[in-house]
Design a protein around this ligand. Structure first.
Ligand SMILES: C[S@@+](CC[C@H](N)C(=O)[O-])C[C@H]1O[C@@H](n2cnc3c(N)ncnc32)[C@H](O)[C@@H]1O
Length: 523
């Protein structure tokens, strides 16, 4: 027994040394490799490498207790992620007997660094008495993965499956006719971004109960473009943890990548409704990390055919959801439609005028938003104020009336994500109006709303309640028409009651919030 203890403690020391040297080395290698990248190719290939503190955070999420663990790192870059997982396994009190890493990397620039990292992993495993095998595949992961899934023989003649996958997939939009789109289609997936395609292929390559931890943009959690992906993923996988980095520049700050990122841990097993940890912090090792445990059915409601993923790490987030779920209206039920502004200005340059004149109609941009109402014309703006009427403009205009407009892209400094304003025909004398494409507009079968409905709707959309609710599922500053369609709404009579409380001057934020509380929830 004592011999074992002496051997164990020696092993632990040796392992600790290698662990320390490996984590320092992976960050050095990452920095050196990143500095050598050509900026344009970097964006094209999605080459934003994970800092080791985030990789360690991700590696700590795996549960796998198998004695032989096969790890997949698709798009491995310099190998920071698989190295972090190997290290985490080396440091466990009960270590696996064997680790095998398969790392895919398409860019020759990274391959030398990756080989170096994998060799360091081998040494760390040797020190921890773990047998280690690695397979560096200098090839396209998507092609290999899709072929394997289509039934072809994988790589070297065997059908390989994995127990654990750790990934930071490349992010890039993919066009309809692209090679990637047809690869994804060959495995039954329609998706518009490379990263969701990577995640889907990985999910399919896992064994039953296999685990994946990935860092990705938050964008897959909502919106119509990612809906087929969410459904595809949920056919096989269940989330166990979703962590949001709630500042946009945490994960890839050094690379100036500004987007909200999530790290998620998911397991290939759909038999249960498992508990899910949802958490948020600015940094992975933040003392302020907020965390709570919910049921999977709260993360994704079973009857939500959009399969929106609600990441609500705070208890008061639940209160927001409860409150909003008491609303009984829908946009459809209100008889309203939301559409994107029809004027794409660079396509109709010849029709744009900086000032209104004869034979023009008002052209409304986000810059025309004032205090809850559209203020038009604006002479201090560089945007045109008017659109020339004529045959080309016929389809671009809507009839005079009250409309509710929202910005499609809220500015970073804006307090709320959804910013709404009432287009009041009494303030803009014109028999028709055109809305620019950076706006969404609510209408009633192509025409205007009643004044009370428009004012009530704008007040509801501008409330802090809607803002808090919206942030639970949207990680970006973009507000799509589909997001607005899927929001819960008050009933028609409630919106009218709210609208009647709004005069000629739009209320302040505090007033809007207390009106919404009073009229809709009888606070
Ligand atoms: C976002 S980086 C992440 C790298 C590494 N996993 C990390 O976290 O530091 C994505 C990596 O995938 C690689 N890559 C892009 N497309 C690939 C493909 N089709 N097959 C294999 N690797 C690919 C890129 O060269 C890049 O190294």
């Amino acid at each position: 027994m004592s011999t074992i203890n002496v051997r164990e403690s020696g092993l632990r020391e040796a392992t600790t040394d290698w662990v320390a040297s490996l984590s320092v080395a992976t960050d050095d290698v990452r920095r050196e490799a990143s500095a050598r990248l050509d900026p344009r190719r970097r964006v094209q290939m999605g080459q934003f490498l994970t800092p080791s503190r985030i990789a360690t955070f991700m590696a700590g999420m795996f549960d796998c207790r198998k004695s032989e663990i096969r790890i997949l790192d698709p798009g491995a870059g310099t190998g920071t992620l698989c190295a972090a997982l190997v290290l985490a396994l080396c440091q466990r009190p009960t270590r696996p007997a064997m680790i095998a890493v398969t790392a895919y990397e398409i860019d020759p620039l990274f391959v030398g660094y990756l080989r170096e990292t994998l060799d360091r992993c081998r040494i760390a495993c040797e020190a921890a008495a773990i047998s280690f095998r690695w397979n560096l595949v200098e090839d396209d992961f998507l092609e290999a993965g899709a072929n394997a899934l289509a039934g072809d023989l994988f790589a070297r003649g065997e059908r390989e499956r994995f127990d654990c996958a750790i990934l930071n997939p490349p992010y890039r939009k993919i066009r309809t006719g692209s090679r990637e789109r047809s690869l994804f289609r060959s495995i039954g997936l329609e998706t518009t971004n490379l990263y969701t395609g990577f995640v889907a292929v990985v999910a399919r390559l896992l064994v039953t109960n296999g685990e994946m931890v990935a860092i990705t943009p938050r964008s897959f959690c909502n919106g119509p473009y990612f809906q087929p992906f969410r459904r595809y993923f949920l056919r096989e996988m269940r989330f166990r943890r979703v962590h949001v980095f709630d500042t946009r520049d945490t994960a890839f700050a050094a690379d100036k990548v500004l987007q909200e990122n999530v790290v998620f841990h998911a397991v290939k097993n759909t038999e249960t409704n498992p508990a899910v940890i949802v958490s948020a912090s600015a940094e992975p090792d933040d003392a302020d990390l907020r965390m709570r445990t919910i049921q999977h059915e709260e993360l994704i409601r079973p009857h939500d055919h959009h399969a929106v993923i609600h990441v609500v790490p705070e208890e008061d987030g639940e209160a927001t959801r409860d409150r909003i779920s008491r609303l009984e209206g829908t946009l459809f039920g209100l008889g309203l439609t939301v559409s994107t502004g029809r004027v794409v200005d660079f396509r109709v340059r010849d029709l744009l005028r900086s000032e209104p004149g004869t034979n023009t109609v008002p052209l409304i941009y986000p810059c025309h938003f004032g205090q809850g109402f559209v203020e038009w014309p604006k002479s201090e703006t560089r945007k045109p104020n008017a659109l020339v009427l004529g045959p080309k403009a016929e389809e671009l205009v809507v009839p005079e009336g009250y409309y509710v407009l929202t910005k499609r892209f809220s500015a970073k400094e804006e307090r709320r994500r959804i910013v709404a304003a009432v287009y009041d025909p009494a303030r803009v004398p014109a028999s028709q109006v055109a809305f620019e494409n950076h706006l969404n507009y609510f209408h009633l079968r192509g025409g205007g709303l009643s004044a009370d409905l428009a004012k009530g709707l704008a007040a509801y959309l501008n409330s802090s309640l809607v803002d808090r609710y919206f942030r639970q599922f949207s990680g970006h500053t973009q507000v799509n028409a589909s997001d607005l369609r899927s929001l819960p709404y008050p009933t028609h009579s409630e919106i009218i009651a709210l609208g009647r409380r709004i005069g000629e001057c739009f209320p302040t934020q505090e007033e809007v919030d207390s009106l919404v509380g009073e009229v809709l929830f009888h606070d």
